[in-house]
Design a protein around this ligand. Structure first.
Ligand SMILES: [Fe+2]
Ligand SMILES: [Fe+2]
Length: 185
């Protein structure tokens, strides 16, 4: 599920916003609000809905990884509440107020702290196991359904557009250029 790459890049944007707020540097509020919107539309209302409607029930039915699925589900719900808070405090006005700035940073930190292990567990445990509990036919046809849904919701090049949006936010925050992260050794 390539959506995880978008989720990861938004976490990197959030981390840069936290770094700037902690260092009393300027954060254009739209960088955070636009990122939170990507999370809401593309991750929570699309990617996680697919997991909840098509993956989790198959695990429950197969009696596999049931405890993990329960926690992942609770984390989806918690993530939505965190995004509500992020959206509430990612404004010019809130960023000028130290209490509100703290609340924004807390919600960004909570999001990163939860989704790092959440996503890693899905990639290394849930998705590999999913391949085992559905047959190849079902796996392929689900893949096609997901792609159709993506095109329906976001257009034919929906994924690419989402990546472009993320890239333009990264550019505003100066974290787009990949080479800057190579250690000088
Ligand atoms: Fe998930
Ligand atoms: Fe996921």
């Amino acid at each position: 599920m390539r959506e995880h790459g978008v989720l990861k890049r938004v976490r990197l944007i959030y981390a840069e916003a936290i770094r700037r707020i902690d260092g009393n540097e300027d954060v254009p509020p739209e960088t955070v609000i636009d990122s939170a919107k990507i999370i809401r539309n593309f991750i929570e209302d699309y990617h996680e809905k697919l997991e909840e409607n098509f993956l989790f029930p198959r695990f429950k039915k197969a009696g596999k990884l049931v405890d993990l699925v329960d926690v992942l589900m609770q984390q989806h719900q918690a993530g939505r509440k965190v995004t509500d808070i992020t959206m509430q405090f990612a404004t010019n006005q809130a960023l000028k107020n130290s209490d509100d700035r703290r609340k924004l940073v807390d919600s960004l930190r909570q999001f990163i702290r939860m989704y790092n292990p959440h996503e890693a567990r899905e990639d290394t445990v849930l998705f590999p196991e999913f391949r085992k509990i559905v047959n190849q036919n079902e796996y392929d046809s689900l893949g096609e359904d997901f792609e159709k849904k993506e095109h329906e919701l976001f257009g034919e090049d929906g994924f690419e557009k989402m990546v472009d949006k993320v890239a333009s936010i990264e550019k505003k925050l100066g974290i787009y250029d990949l080479a800057q992260f190579t250690p000088k050794i």
